[in-house]
Design a protein around this ligand. Structure first.
Ligand code: NAP
Length: 257
């Protein structure tokens, strides 16, 4: 059991990638707090893991929610070893039409949420002298530009720098901070796009490993970064994208048909 005795918080853990990470951590012995805007979803997800999980309603963009989340995990389990900043939202809008409201909401959830959770949890880890782990879920679009998702992509680029700078500042406390940059993963966030068989096939053809990723693909990388298997890694951004970021312009790799 790679995470026996550990306590983890997974934000946005009610479904999709977060739910996959919660499952992977619980199956390796961790107690997992599933924090989500969607309390019913978090409760349903937590019930799959019996005693080793519990649900918390929290909006990661609201400081008081984050503080209450941290307090309730401490009250239940007495410690926090792992934080996964996974909660995220996206909307589609060309730059020239993007409203201040949409810009702010996406940045508030995706970037400020990770900042608030990291700060609050890191203080607890330091107070209890825990060699903790923080994992941020960014995206390959934190470094590959495209159209109509400027606000989302800027938030994901910010998460990569948040990872590097918090890794530096928290290293003296033996807290490691890394991030995962997923490519296209089959989750409810992408449901509309992937439901269309033609679009799905087009996407699959652009991925060098010729398939769309699953929440379990990301969860296995998160498990690696959460466990002692990665004990000398901090400040890294790990792509989990089947090679998509190597081939984003859609050219087939040399030698392929
Ligand atoms: P998802 O299926 O939409 O799940 C996201 C979860 O986060 C939902 O349960 C959602 O609750 C929750 N959430 C949203 N806003 C929140 C907030 N303010 N506070 C707490 N929870 C909140 O998304 P996903 O595809 O699993 O994505 C998970 C993370 O991976 C996101 O950060 C996303 O940007 C990133 N990512 C995903 C992909 C992909 O292809 N799927 C690729 C790269 C990166 P509600 O249902 O109530 O909104």
């Amino acid at each position: 059991m790679k995470l026996a005795g550990k306590v983890a918080i997974v934000t946005g853990g009610a479904r999709g990638i977060g739910s996959g990470i919660a499952k992977a951590f619980a199956s390796e012995g961790a107690n997992v707090a599933i924090a989500d805007l969607d309390y019913e979803g978090a409760l349903a997800a937590s019930m799959k893991f019996g005693e080793s999980a519990f649900a918390i309603k929290a909006d990661v963009s609201i400081k008081i929610d984050v503080e209450t989340m941290v307090k309730s995990v401490i009250k239940k389990y007495g410690r926090i070893d792992i934080l996964v900043n996974n909660a995220g939202i996206q909307t589609v809008m060309p730059f020239l039409d993007l409203s201040r409201k949409d810009w702010k909401r996406v940045l508030d959830v995706n970037l400020s949420g990770a900042f608030l959770c990291s700060q609050s949890v890191a203080k607890e880890m330091i107070r209890k002298r825990i060699n903790g782990v923080i994992i941020n879920i960014s995206s390959i679009h934190g470094y590959i530009p495209r159209s109509t998702k400027l606000h989302y992509d800027v938030s994901k680029a910010g998460l990569i720098m948040l990872t590097k700078e918090t890794a530096l500042e928290l290293a003296p406390y033996h807290i490691r901070v890394n991030c995962i940059a997923p490519g296209i993963i089959d989750t409810p966030m992408n449901q509309e796009l992937l439901r269309d068989p033609e679009k799905r096939k087009m996407i699959e053809q652009r991925v060098p490993l010729e398939k769309i990723g699953s929440a379990d693909d990301v969860a296995r990388a998160a498990l690696f970064l959460a466990s002692d298997d990665s004990s000398y890694i901090t400040g890294a951004a790990l792509p989990v994208d089947g090679g998509l970021s190597l081939n984003y312009n859609g050219l087939k790799p040399v030698g392929s048909s």
